[in-house]
Design a protein around this ligand. Sequence first.
Ligand code: ADP
Length: 514
Amino acid sequence: MTKASLEKIKDIFKSKGITFKLFCITLTLLIFMLSISLVVQNLFFETFYYKQKEKNLIKSVEKFKTNYYRNIRSNIDFFTYAYNFEEENNSKIALLNKNGVKKYLRSTNTNGEDSNDIINLAIANWLNYQTSYFEVIKDHKTVSFDFINPISNSKNLVVVSPIVINSDVEDILFVVSTLQPLDEAVYVTKRFYMYIFIGIVIITTLLSLIYAKMISKPLIKLNKTADKMASLDFSTECEVSNYDEIGNLAMSLNFLSKKLNITLTELKAANKKLTADIEKERKLEKMRKDFIAGVSHELKTPISLIQGYAEGIKDGIVDAEDLEYYLDVILDESDKMNKLVIDMLDLSALESGNFQLKPTIFQLHGLIETIYKKYVLNYNTKEINYIFDQKLCELSTEGDPLRLEEVLTNLLDNAIKYSPPEGKINIYLKSINNKFNISIENEGLPIDEEDLKLIWEKFYRVDKSRNKKSGGTGLGLSIVKNILDLHGSNYEIKNTDIGVMVTFTLDIIESDYL
Ligand code: ADP
């Protein structure tokens, strides 16, 4: 495998989820350990079994020899011991003289023929094998070796041990034990291990999958919640089902989420307030600027008029007849300036945002009637009507009567100003939707729709030249608007069949409250 492809596999592995990684690592580890045990078993089991068998057989032969020295005096004794030995060790035993000639060999049952054949073949083979023979005869050593039956091809273990009496080899014990059970055992064990291996691989796969899921599931949930937190969504809480490290982490995350949520909410509120404050400040600043611009513009005309006429008088260019006219103009202009300053102060107080009404509960009809009478007296050329519903006379409203008088006066002043010399003015007091509806209508020219939208703005005039003559300041309707806003009133200006009508509403308070 090239380095590049190895790196690629590494990258793919890194990009996989935690469940997959845990599963892979656990499975690899377990399969590796199982494979090692399988290999070890395969390689060493046979050798280990063989060595064990050889050791046991030599031990039995030594035991047989001890008995032989002590107890075996006859053929019958030998056969008895030989029988026991053969039964215990699943082998065949023969006694040879030191030349390798058979002295005793227990005759056996029907299978005996075969067994004897094996031992005879083995003896013949051993006698040909000089080195081993001399090791036994001369060195008095017990030797062991494998012998494969040339007929059946079965494997046998042979142990040859000298019987030494007075430092001389008297006889030789020749034992052949079949190794067939060993081959069978190795074969069975291998198969057994193979099945066990497959079974363990399946169980391990399942277990590592469950175990990987068990660890990774809460982590995946935590990860999802953390992801939401990262996008400032604190609506989900981590589930705390255990009190281990993951449980602690979930609790810490929940705590962090709550804290962050609170801090963020506070921060948002503070930011909102700050934005509102800045916006308010910006509006105030704009209002101040507009106001100053408007005021200087409005004051310019009367000041220059007063200046011009006063200079004329000072320079002596005015004859006695015109002097009175000059002085009237100066007084008139100063009057206008005075009115403008009063209106400006009034409006700036109303617009400051800190203006406080002095509300009381009073009968609205009474207030309107008083003002109406004043206007009828002062403006006898105009036809001024007051139309009201009798049942409203007793009803009261809540508001600042002084400021509402200012509203009515401003509206009536406009109605007088903008109606023809003998024009008609109607004042209506009605009740609509449980509210007082006060309208002041005057005969006159209609106002353009475009102008109607802007008419409540400061210093806005519909017909500049006409207004100059009528002596308006352009602040009247702005003052009205501010006072009505403070009263929570609805108001509008519209054209009617005969001219222009301004309407506003006030709450009706039942007379019982008085
Ligand atoms: P002004 O002091 O000029 O009257 P207002 O703010 O009271 O200022 O009015 C703004 C403008 O709206 C006036 O200049 C006038 O052109 C128009 N206006 C106000 N009321 C009436 C009305 N009743 N009839 C016709 N035009 C009106």
